[in-house]
Design a protein around this ligand. Structure first.
Ligand SMILES: Cc1cc2nc3c(=O)[nH]c(=O)nc-3n(C[C@H](O)[C@H](O)[C@H](O)COP(=O)(O)OP(=O)(O)OC[C@H]3O[C@@H](n4cnc5c(N)ncnc54)[C@H](O)[C@@H]3O)c2cc1C
Length: 458
């Protein structure tokens, strides 16, 4: 394959993947370079998985504009890629007058920006609809459009679509240097060199380092860790709405939300850390989460915990998205997408493509595009083992290999054989839900490793 590209995107998190998805619609030579073995393996793998409407973003900001556009597009386009969406709505809770005033200000800001389905609820309505909330709530802001999605399959679907439509995806390709000569960038790494007229840096928590390779130093990444508790599936009978406290100037607080996989998620904490790779789960973090959970929904205290994890927000020393078009230099930075990137990604992608010099974007839109569809991993969708016709033609879909999540051999085999296959066992987990359940792979882990090794080496 050619090593000369019109555009090279550095980073296949949800943002870089969405930009590749967008560019795949044009007759351009595009490379998507990813340091990790799999796409979506950094900030994009540890988040709350909310598809946000934008109501809770600051008014009159690019972030609100792009989250809103990203949400609109996701609701329309994600189902065409096979991605599931559950519009469960979110309720932001107030326990006193001051918090109510904060929510009323949010409502006014939202209403003036045309978010017309958002409304204040009184305590009586809240307890009637969600009787499991703890005592003392005085009001809430109801945002019915907010949804839960699959955070792992989303970047995967964008990359799959991009690859199916001509983008060259290179994993295990950490860019180590960038040099500009005669209006071309030469990007080098352990795997070799490529040349590109334009570079888009979507390096997430490492975006400041990537910009530094090209001599740009406009911001510094200040990673913000978020720890989570995942409760067992039984918890969803108690709680099936996105619930969070009224925000403070420092944080949006700890939320409790159902997941698309049928669990209940509690988190995230908001901790500034020095090391971008420090995804530790701590005693202090867990007790903070537990305290918030018990206050909001006391009945969840008795629910078993399936797992705990931490994610890392790619925040910077600036409070806004760092989308910096350096058109003359052929380098666009797309960084600082801290807490809303899953929702905003398609909006960001469209906006970034709009920043590309028109000479380059004169490239025609492709006449024919190849659709793709990723497996729907939602707990509330029909599972493959429930599909009698499928099991009759392909019996491996009736052979359950992960009993906690009820995942069949057929699904694992299909994931291993799919385009852009998983390059790690952890990625196979995210592509199928195997080892996601109560036993966390205790019973099925060895067999999964064997299947993975056989597919990787044979
Ligand atoms: C705790 C938490 C909760 C969140 N909740 C939500 C939510 O509910 N809804 C929502 O919309 N958003 C949420 N987010 C935000 C969302 O997860 C991020 O905005 C998004 O994942 C950022 O994506 P990214 O592509 O910019 O970064 P990343 O996913 O980090 O991708 C950057 C990629 O660049 C690669 N890379 C870095 N350096 C190089 C190099 N030199 N060469 C090649 N590749 C390189 C990395 O390996 C990585 O894959 C949350 C985030 C966190 C951490």
């Amino acid at each position: 394959m050619s090593d000369h590209y019109d555009i090279a995107i550095i980073g296949a998190g949800v943002v870089g993947a969405a930009i590749a998805f967008e560019l795949a619609h044009h007759e351009l030579r595009v490379a998507l370079l990813e340091a990790r073995p799999d796409p979506g393996d950094e900030a994009s793998k540890g988040n709350s998985a909310l598809m946000c409407t934008g109501v809770d973003t600051p008014a009159n900001t690019l972030e609100r504009q792009l989250v809103r556009r990203g949400y609109e597009r996701y609701m329309r386009e994600a189902p065409q890629l096979g991605l599931p969406i559950r519009k469960v709505g979110s309720i932001v809770l107030a326990w006193d007058g001051e918090q109510t005033a904060t929510l009323e200000r949010e409502l006014t800001s939202a209403a003036s920006d045309g978010f017309d389905t958002v409304e204040m609820l009184e305590a009586r309505d809240i307890y009637r609809r969600w009787p499991n909330f703890g005592p003392g709530i005085v009001s809430g802001l109801w945002i019915p459009g907010e949804a839960i999605v699959d955070p792992f399959s989303t970047p995967y679907a964008y990359v799959r679509y991009a690859v199916a439509n001509g983008v060259d995806f290179r994993s295990n390709w950490p860019v180590a240097s960038a040099e500009r000569k005669s209006a071309q960038w030469t990007l080098s790494g352990p795997q070799g060199q490529i040349e590109s007229g334009l570079v888009i840096n979507a390096g997430g928590i490492r975006a400041d380092h990537v910009d530094g390779l090209a001599g740009f130093h406009d911001f510094v990444v200040k990673p913000r860790r978020g720890q989570y508790i995942v409760l067992d599936k039984s918890a969803r009978a108690i709680h099936d709405v996105i619930a969070m406290p009224a925000p403070t100037p420092e944080t949006r607080g700890i939320l409790i939300s159902p997941t698309i996989f049928g669990n209940v998620l509690v988190g995230p904490t908001a901790e500034d850390v020095d090391d971008v790779d420090d995804r530790s789960v701590t005693q202090v973090g867990l007790s903070q989460l537990r305290h918030a959970m018990v206050r909001m929904v006391p009945a969840l205290a008795r629910e078993p915990v399936t797992t705990v994890f931490a994610g890392m927000r790619p925040a910077t020393d600036k409070s806004t998205y760092q989308i910096i078009p350096r058109v003359e230099e052929g380098w666009i930075t797309v960084a600082g997408i801290r807490s809303t990137g899953l929702s905003a990604a398609l909006g960001i992608a469209e906006y970034v493509v709009g920043l590309i010099p028109s000479g380059m974007m004169r490239a025609k839109a492709k006449a024919a595009l190849h659709p793709i569809s990723v497996p729907d991993l939602s707990e509330t969708s029909r599972r493959p083992w429930q599909d009698e016709a499928l099991v009759a033609t392909a019996p491996a879909y009736g052979e359950i290999v992960c009993h906690c999540e009820r995942i069949s051999l057929g699904e694992v085999q299909a994931a291993l054989a799919a385009p852009v296959p998983p390059r790690s066992l952890k990625c196979l987990k995210r592509r199928t839900r195997v080892m996601f359940g109560r036993c966390q792979g205790f019973y099925c882990g060895a067999r999964m490793q064997k299947l993975f090794d056989a597919a990787s080496h044979g």
